[in-house]
Design a protein. Structure first.
Lengths: 68, 289
């Protein structure tokens, strides 16, 4: 990867919201830097996950999550 | 009648913006002989020298967004991640940016404060400054604080590897210290994060933070490290910081260079997870979600 591409990637990750997800072969899902919108998606994937549901409910009280 | 002991409540000083401005000036001057973290490098970052963290005089950031990943009582938080760190954890979830102080964009305190204030208006409960490790960028972090409302609830997310100088500059600046206690012994710290004298330094920082702010201690459970790392951490917390809020995190993710270490080829097992939480209960730790 050349330096210019690296720079572009760095710029975009700093300027835009980023959430990373890892799905293991056994179906476990890991996520970090979870935005309110992503929490809602993850809560849909596993409605039994009470902790994620509580995170997802915060989306209802939060508007315009990307104050750019 | 039995009364519950009063909960400790710390509020940052009312004149925090002005104080932060002055502290930021002192912190920037300190870069001429940088001893902000326990590596105690003593390099002149203002003259272009770099120490073990490789950070220059100007901070950069690689993420700034509203998140709900953190402790329930803190979220939603507007989370600002500064590039670079003074530790070299092979399993770092943001290794690319945390190991590289030149990653991301230049940090403009004024612009970031505007974004943070807008996030607060839109419903964020807190503002969190993290890294990498924010201690190595103390001047910029304090400049940022100086531009935020005194009433904002501010979180300092740290690896707790700072020195006295950094703590003195941080006193009264953040409402909550969210501090990692990653390793329960120096051998694991050296092998996995290339840091010496880790346990003593972190314990010193945690004891200080507990008396100067609200403290939440985080420990990320690592596969194969429940006995050697979590058990001593849990025992120390129970004995020395009884009642402190502890967030025991079970979502170990084999990120960055984790695969350099055989024990990190698998994720945390169900039995390790159960044992770790059982130990916390047995020791009476105050676990928070």
């Amino acid at each position: 990867m050349n330096r210019q591409t690296n720079r572009r990637r760095a710029t975009s990750s700093a300027e835009k919201a980023v959430c990373e997800i890892l799905i293991l072969p056994d179906g476990k899902i890991f996520a970090h830097n979870i935005t309110p919108t992503m929490a809602a998606v993850l809560a849909e994937l596993n409605p039994a996950d009470e902790a994620m549901s509580r995170r997802a409910t915060r989306k209802k009280t939060f508007k315009n999550e990307l104050p750019n | 009648m039995i009364c519950a002991p009063p909960e400790k409540i710390f509020r940052a000083t009312r004149n925090r913006p002005a104080l932060a401005r002055e502290r930021a000036r002192l912190a920037r001057a300190a870069l001429a002989d940088c001893r902000l973290c326990a590596h105690d490098c003593g390099v002149n970052r203002l003259a272009g020298e770099t120490g073990l963290c490789h950070a220059g005089a100007e901070a950069r950031f690689f993420s700034a967004q509203v998140e709900v990943s953190d402790e329930l009582e803190l979220m939603p938080t507007f989370s600002v991640a500064l590039s670079g760190c003074d530790l070299r954890c092979d399993f770092c979830i943001t290794g690319k940016e945390s190991w590289n102080a030149r990653a991301g964009l230049g940090f403009d305190s004024f612009q970031m404060a505007e974004r943070a204030k807008l996030a607060l208006q839109n419903g964020a409960r807190t503002i969190m400054v993290l890294g990498g490790e924010p201690t190595i960028h103390l001047p910029s972090a304090l400049e940022f604080v100086s531009l935020l409302p005194a009433s904002a609830k501010l979180i300092w997310k740290t690896n707790a590897h700072g020195r006295t100088q950094a703590r003195e500059l941080l006193d009264g600046m953040f409402d909550v210290w969210l501090a990692d206690f990653k390793f329960g012994n120096d051998a694991c710290a050296q092998r996995l994060a290339k840091v010496s004298d880790y346990v003593r330094v972190v314990q010193e920082n945690l004891l200080w933070a507990d008396t100067h702010s609200e403290l939440i201690v985080r420990h990320l459970l690592m596969p194969g490290h429940v006995e050697c790392c979590w058990r001593p951490v849990a025992a120390w917390l129970a004995a020395n910081l009884p009642g402190v809020k502890v967030n025991l995190r079970a979502g170990f993710w084999p990120a960055w260079h984790a695969r350099r270490h055989g024990e990190f080829k698998n994720s945390l097992s169900v039995s390790e997870n159960q044992f770790a939480f059982g130990l916390a209960t047995e020791l009476g730790l105050n676990l928070i979600p």
